[in-house]
Design a protein around this ligand. Sequence first.
Ligand code: PRT
Ligand code: ZN
Length: 211
Amino acid sequence: MKLKLAIQKSGRLHDDSIRLLKECGIDISNGVNKLKAEASNFPIEVFFLRDDDIPQYVEDAVADIGFVGENVVYEKNKKVNVVEKLGFGKCRLSIAVRKGEQYTGASFLEGKRIATSYPVIVDSFLREKGVKAEIHEISGSVEIAPGIGLADAICDLVSSGSTLFMNGLQETETILQSQAVLIRNNGLNDVKMQLLERLLFRIQSVKKAKN
Ligand code: PRT
Ligand code: ZN
């Protein structure tokens, strides 16, 4: 039996996901353009998918485990277990408004339009704060929304902050700290749980060695 792992096909988490496997002594030599690859020295099969699809595949047990950003896990809200933080893909999901605007806290957002690719997380943030605002879901280039009059604020991922800066925006509040995590299907059998334990032991050793 093999453990089926879903990782991002291409994008910000791809290289670090492959690197982590390598550091765990798991060698997947197949090309990255394929749908899947097999390790020669560990009972694991790696599927290459869009990050947004990984929680669903893991919930449906098409994949047993996945490496994906916490931001995606919480947005998709699937029935999966978050098992381990992986230490890469670090970023934060933050509210930003036009530079010079006086942000006095979440109440600033009352009655305003917020553009984001994370409507579920933003909605729960607003509920928690007791603020009513209009959420405009857009799939990319969220940072240009205030400049073209589409929104009064945005909520987007930030790492260096330079995208916000270049678009005349200021970060005002972080609503989620995120990094890549290992998620697993809720109903793994004993054999797969043992394989996962073996993999986790290696991942934890790699993390310790880096600290
Ligand atoms: O094709 P696929 O759907 O798989 O990929 P994607 O385009 O949806 O995702 P991708 O590859 O951009 O990001 C994958 C994951 O990397 C995200 O879900 C996060 O968990 C993590 N991550 C870490 C980031 C960033 N840092 C990041 N900075 N994801 C996106 N950004 C973007 C952000 O959206 C903004 O446009 O980078 C810009 C901001 O960066 P700074 O440095 O200018 O602040
Ligand atoms: Zn994506």
